[in-house]
Design a protein around this ligand. Sequence first.
Ligand SMILES: Nc1ncnc2c1ncn2[C@@H]1O[C@H](COP(=O)(O)OP(=O)(O)OP(=O)(O)O)[C@@H](O)[C@H]1O
Length: 801
Amino acid sequence: MSSSIVAERSRALSKILCNFILVRNMGGGPRTFPGGVNKWKWKRMHEKRARDKERRLLEQEKQLYQARIRSHIRVKLAGKPDTSSATHSPMAPEDHIKALANRFMKEGAEDLWNRNDGPLKPPPPRLREFPGSSRRRGSISSPVDPRKLVPEGRHMLSDRQNKNLMNTSRNSTHTRDYSTQSRRRFQRNESSSEDEDSDSGLERNPTRPIVRNSFSTQKTVINANADDYINSKKNMPKRKRKLWRDDSSSGESESDMDSEGLRIARGVNKIGSSASLGKYDVKTKRRVPPSSYDEESDLSEQVELIRYELNKRKMTENEQQKSEEDTLLSQKRFDECGISPLTIKALSSAGYIRMTRVQEASLSVCLEGKDALVKAKTGTGKSAAFLLPAIETVLKAVSVNVPQRVPPILVLILCPTRELAIQLTAELKVLLKYHDGIGVQTLIGGIRFKDDQKRLESDPSQIIVATPGRLLDHIEYKSGISLQLMGLQMLILDEADHLLDLGFRKSVEKLVDCLPRQRQSLLFSATLPKEVRRISQLVLKRDHTYIDTVGINSVETPVKVKQYYLVASHESHFQILHHILKEHILQAPDYKVIIFCITGMVTSLLYQLLREMKMNVREIHSRKPQLYRTRISDEFKESKQLILISSDVSSRGMNYPDVSLVIQVGIPTDREQYIHRVGRTGREGKEGECIMLIAPWEEYFLDEIKDLPLTRFPLPDIDPETKLKVENSMAKIDNDVKESAYHTWLGYYNSIREIGRDKITLVELANQFSESIGLQRPPSIFRKTALKMGLKDIPGIRIRR
Ligand SMILES: Nc1ncnc2c1ncn2[C@@H]1O[C@H](COP(=O)(O)OP(=O)(O)OP(=O)(O)O)[C@@H](O)[C@H]1O
């Protein structure tokens, strides 16, 4: 082989290698995987497998746990000394309970084990009453001290501990107040277990409600497994079956699973085999003497006691938390946390001396370089909590970095709206006041792409604040940003749950795919539903830290915000709205009100109506040019005595100081959006008010927020003069605006599952709305749109010719 060919080949090889390294560094890896699936599909497939495996292991562990309790009881019944730890496995039952408790208590895992969304409710009163039940306590000879099982110094985890224990005997918490679905599921279990009780021939003991419940529900689980077990045994080859029988008759030396399986296969009321139970064998003695049955339940009682102990601690913590919530700031000062003195100087100039609670909880973790998922209520200072570590990252990198040909972007902050990006950039600039040479750029839609490119070239910055769409444009149009992003060290997602929601997820996935894997990621939001936490691993490392300063039993909205809802028919909405505003202006001379509407065009309609009625209003929504939006947003920040009518562009993250009232006209898209809208008032621990004005058919939404402290607002008496004024003003509004409002109204509610399902009712309601805004007849819609929305042949829909 000639030397030139060798050189050429080695050049080609090194080129391939370089490309490979480049792709790996970009977080890309190979684009297709075996079977032709793409990278994400492949990743998801593996994640699903891992989840399934974990679920299987957990199931096995639960079965083992139940087996352990039963064998413990058997040994006790037979009057033998408790040698279970020696004969069965290296772990004694007490240790096993403890181990399980620990496993379930993994920080941040508590509500992942809850099959339903939303916070867990306080424990049922029955549990709290437990110690008062002297009848039960008298018979306890507890070999396990529940106080010892609940590790000291884990007070913060008591909710989880409690939850975990609930999970270990999963269905035993009979009155747990989860969502309706879960309750139904649970009721099913309870009733089925009661049926089994009556089948079993065991006498029910009315004096043991708690133990009975946990036992009977335990049986429900066991029986499900019994079927599997019997089936698997049936399918065994004959020789194996025999061996199995031999093994099982060998008494206590058999493996737990086999002995349990055999007992299960013979029926759950047969508590043990003849060999293991001797004179207590249920075959010879059908009824178990009540006294010995009492002893059997020792461990269940201990579980109850542990649960009681945990609940007690949880209640104390809740009380503590409530008093803590009253104060936004913690005792810790910024100069105690190791951030640069120049940043501290900037913080002091901005009036920040002590940290807020979320800052105290998250700063040390973020500054250590760990990935974090942080949940804290609205208006509690999350922005600074992630901006400060961002600045530190840049300072660190700048101090060690050798000058590079392409100046890297070191920190990328993604957020869902343009206004929020602008606000975060402004906050960053305040914090960077005394740092020369650290630059910030904003990349958002609504600004000329070319201007962005020019700015990026002339003023390369270490920090970029962007909305996902615009950043993706830059990457796709190869404006050179991809190369700069290769040096990225920190990725921040503000309003993370929204960014990982369906609307943004695809863009965010694509973006993350273009970033280096070796980076720190921080996700922040006031709401982090369970599904979002599950998919957060798209961005976060597996061993990330989860910080929740809200707590799973706490109200997710600010404590000092009074929340009301008002139910009234569509035609009276505008009159009621005008009445509420008038009253509020009278009561609060420095009023500052935000009214949230369901869509941009409905926002525009309401703006025009209130302007006609001589109110001091501004509008902001996505149909307005960006310059206008920015101007209005800035004006509302600075002003008092102003009403901002907005679509959801202002519902998340916007820090308008001293908003006195938030009004929501119509239901928000979901519970999370409700919480964020409410959070525009009552910021920094201040007081605020919030009213949601809904039509009777929207009342179902109240169920989604039933754990929040909402009070029904009485229907106000509207004077005939206001009625007339509203009608006259409405008549002056251009029909085009009204028609657009109708169209978007129809689109919005059609996309809400609960309403959009019943198209006939939807169209009827839309037509009521059309009447309420003074349209003679419902506007027509394009055939194509009607088809897309599934409304083509629905009575009441007019198709445009
Ligand atoms: N340590 C602090 N000391 C005093 N004020 C602070 C401190 N940290 C934040 N703030 C102020 O608290 C207000 C709310 O902060 P921020 O906007 O960061 O809240 P948030 O938790 O991000 O809210 P949202 O969930 O709505 O995005 C701001 O006015 C901010 O200036």
